[in-house]
Design a protein around this ligand. Structure first.
Ligand code: ADP
Length: 322
């Protein structure tokens, strides 16, 4: 391996810049040429590729988003799109890749390896934390802390007016953000796609708490919650109990902002480990975490399995919010 390419793909997440920085600086320290590919697979097919130097990475470790930009492409999902991308990579002499993204991006990287023998190591970057094979993903800690800050503010106003608030957090089809911010924010009830809470159970809990003197309540719900989103939940509660719940959808603010120390450290370690793995001849794998330890997981395994949020955080939150 002498020339490596790095790109961010799919949904952006705070901490991706710290990962790019680590790939570039560790790569150069190992005498590699490092190339930045802009807009993920879109730029790979459009030849938006440039050599990066040490100083190009100045002042980005603390910035949210991704300086390489990200992208989504349906063209790349077809073999012809990948032929175009592989031609550009080969013209630059790029002989290995680091892909920072989610499971969709890893499927693309796996296809590039199978069809064009371009080795790739994945680094999991998504606020949703829903990547199989890694306990933690880059951006999750920041998103949880951002959502928590908002919830703490809403709690102030909820408590002043004796109100019930329903707060919707992100997470796609998983309840990692919901269960973590729910426990940390003292939520009375948490709706996660993996969970089994019902409107009736939530109302029982809230009424019971009220009878003990509790005046305000917060329900956290995940965006991927079936059968409905926050407003549907509010409507169901109103119909069953007459309680007029206020709804707050936190939205994309959870994707932005300066990454937490935990995310910067995780991203730096994972980026460095990805370059290390390529130099040792590994490919078609993702760098993941198991507790504090970094591990390598085959991309095939990562993309074929789903990772579900554990419900024990929700049960604990229920016991504690009395
Ligand atoms: P994430 O990486 O965050 O899961 P996406 O699912 O949007 O985000 O995937 C990012 C990009 O990866 C897609 O826009 C597409 O170009 C590429 N990709 C996704 N799935 C595949 C696949 N099965 N084969 C090839 N490329 C894919």
């Amino acid at each position: 391996v002498t020339k490596i390419g790095v790109y961010t793909s799919g949904g952006d997440a705070p901490g991706m810049n710290a990962a790019i920085r680590a790939v570039v600086r560790v790569g150069i320290a190992q005498n590699l040429e490092v190339y930045g590919i802009h807009n993920g697979y879109v730029g790979m097919m459009d030849n938006k590729i440039e050599r990066l130097q040490l100083r190009d990475m100045a002042n980005i470790i603390q910035r949210g988003g991704t300086v390489l930009k990200t992208g989504r492409s349906t063209e790349f999902m077809k073999p012809e799109g990948r032929v175009k991308a592989a031609q550009h990579l080969k013209a630059f002499g790029i002989d290995a890749l680091v892909c920072i993204g989610g499971d969709g991006s890893f499927r693309g990287a796996h296809a590039l390896w199978e069809e064009h023998q371009i080795p790739c190591v994945g680094v999991p970057g998504t606020i949703d934390n829903d990547i199989y094979g890694s306990d933690k993903t880059i951006g999750f800690d920041t998103a949880v802390n951002t959502a928590l800050e908002a919830i703490d503010r809403i709690r102030d106003t909820a408590a002043s007016h004796d109100r019930l608030f329903i707060i919707e957090v992100m997470g796609r089809n998983s309840g990692f953000i919901a269960s973590h911010v729910g426990l940390a924010g003292g939520a009375e009830e948490i709706f996660a796609p993996e969970g089994n809470t019902t409107v009736d159970k939530a109302l029982d809990r809230i009424k019971e708490a009220k009878s003990r003197g509790k005046t305000s309540s917060i329900i956290i719900t995940a965006e991927g919650q079936k059968p409905g989103r926050a407003y549907d939940l509010a409507e169901a509660i109103r119909k069953k109990s007459g309680i007029d719940a206020k709804v707050s959808i936190l939205g994309h603010q959870q994707r932005g902002g300066s990454p937490t120390a935990a995310d910067r450290i995780l991203a730096s370690r994972m980026g460095a480990a990805a370059v290390d793995a390529l130099l040792k001849g590994y490919c078609d794998i993702m760098i993941g975490t198991e507790g504090e330890r970094l591990i390598q997981v085959p991309l095939d395994l990562v993309t074929k399995h789903e990772k579900k949020a554990q419900l024990d955080l929700i049960s604990l939150a229920n016991i504690l919010a009395t």
